[in-house]
Write a protein that binds this ligand. Sequence first.
Ligand SMILES: Nc1ncnc2c1ncn2[C@@H]1O[C@H](COP(=O)(O)OP(=O)(O)OP(=O)(O)O)[C@@H](O)[C@H]1O
Ligand SMILES: [Mg+2]
Length: 596
Amino acid sequence: MQYVSAYRYQVWMTILSHSLSAVFTVVSLPLIIPFFQILFDVQETVVEQPTSAMDIDGHLKYYFANILNTYDKQDALLIVCLAIIVVFFFKNLFRYLASYFITPVRNSLVADIRKGLFKKYLSLPMSFFTDEKKGNLIARMSNDVTEIEHSILNVLEGAIKAPFIMIGCLAFMIYVSPHLTLFVFGLLFVVVFVIGSISRTLRKHSGEAQESVSRIISHLEESIGGMKVIKAFQGESFQLDRFNKENIYYRDKLTSILRRRDLSSPMSEFLGVSVVAVLLYYGSRLVFSDALNPGTFFAFIFAFYSIIEPSKLIANAYYNVQKGMASVDRIQQIQDINNDISDIQGSAKLGELKNGIDFKKVSFRYPGSETDVLSDITLKIPANKVTALVGLSGAGKTSLVDLIPRFYDITDGTILLDNRMIQEYSIESLRKSIGLVTQEPILFNDTIKNNVIFGMSDVSGQDLENALQAAHAASFIKESEHGLETIIGDRGVKLSGGQRQRITLARAILQNAPILILDEATSALDAESEKLVQAALDKFMQNRTTIAIAHRLSTIKKADHIYVLRDGQVVEQGTHDSLIEENGEYYRFVQLQELQ
Ligand SMILES: Nc1ncnc2c1ncn2[C@@H]1O[C@H](COP(=O)(O)OP(=O)(O)OP(=O)(O)O)[C@@H](O)[C@H]1O
Ligand SMILES: [Mg+2]
């Protein structure tokens, strides 16, 4: 409903068109009566116009008697046939108009749901993406949206149309014979009851099937990404088995769902025809006993026939909606997630960093995890200086720097930027002030140029060139066939590890932000390139608050201050020289490197 409200105008036009179409459907019903009267030669001599406006039957008989009196039988038939053509023309014209208005709404709804979902994905915190399987998120965007399109939106038109026709026909039937009309209500009750009992579990089963699709997509996505390892370790049959298990589960689930759903149409047709049979028997008896005129009875049958189709539509719609609601639920689950990492009211803007970043007794654990990865960290990152973080793998270095752009919020303690709590800054300004080189180069399947200027606007050619020079990327780009316009493949697979890293480095340099976070930014470079890049970086880091994580001594040595982390705690700190003198963890770390 929230999505539909934007298309109120079209929806009203559809409803209007359908109601007009229904009016013409109802008008078409009594047109049959004179036809039968002529054919079966029923003589009626109604000459007086009825006084009550409600006496439609009387009016019709009067007008028809008039026609018969004025023209001969042939002409009268022609007039009736022409009237039928005109009425059906308008009935179908409005039917088309209804589709004409509802089709763009349908397609826009699908597009809106997709966009809303993607926007939501973009706004969710990092922790969400580490918890959720990628395939699950992709499936919601592809399968669930398609499911909604097919099962709910496809029946939308029918669901709007059917009630109008049903109400119109029902009114006509009640008018003609309340007695016979009772049968129709009987049918509707039976249909609703039977369908309700069968489709009750449809939503649950559909949900399970969609979960299964998610797992299939996850598996596929993972396998494509890890193809090298699958081949190297000959894991093909292992992966295939895992895939097929899920595949078969989904197949069987879907079969049982569709069998249930497919019951709706034959079931309602059978019920419909059964009642028609009873109706024919009853109605004919009324005609024989002269209680009903045959033309009116045929019109009644025709009205009843007209009601079968829309009630089938409604029965189908009910089934399909039950099936699609599982997907709606799955999308709604995402929409309902609250983002804890958001701006407070009246948030401050972070511009230049003047003082520095302070961690005060900071503890952090990943959402859903039991143990702290950082505990009681107190450290100072002074503005416009280079601060290095050193420590064994898994010590918590990446986790620590991830707290600065608020990818995650801390569990305990405070982080201050220029003596103000980090939460008080707007996230946009905070992230804008940070240039980040992630530990794993993160690239998109696009041109080199677009990967470097990613998200930035108004980048001059000169700035781009300088950034690429500084990251020592200009030379290999020149050598590649299409230069800056070279497409680098999924996650940059068409580049070497070192080339990928240089692109991400150029991206951070180009951003020219006051805070620079380098997480192993030069780890994949050869010694010579690293030296060149380091020289360029040294220049770039002047007057910039830099946090560098590195294993290589050459990178750390020049830092103004070094923190040594172990098991999520700061165990040593100082300059390179003072830490060597301390003869502790750092000293051992340096010794190991110098042995190489
Ligand atoms: N998303 C996550 N969810 C739960 N635990 C995590 C997550 N990411 C990392 N960890 C855990 O946090 C700890 C610290 O990881 P972190 O990546 O910060 O280490 P690191 O010091 O950067 O190591 P390296 O030098 O290997 O990059 C590890 O024990 C790891 O298992
Ligand atoms: Mg790390």
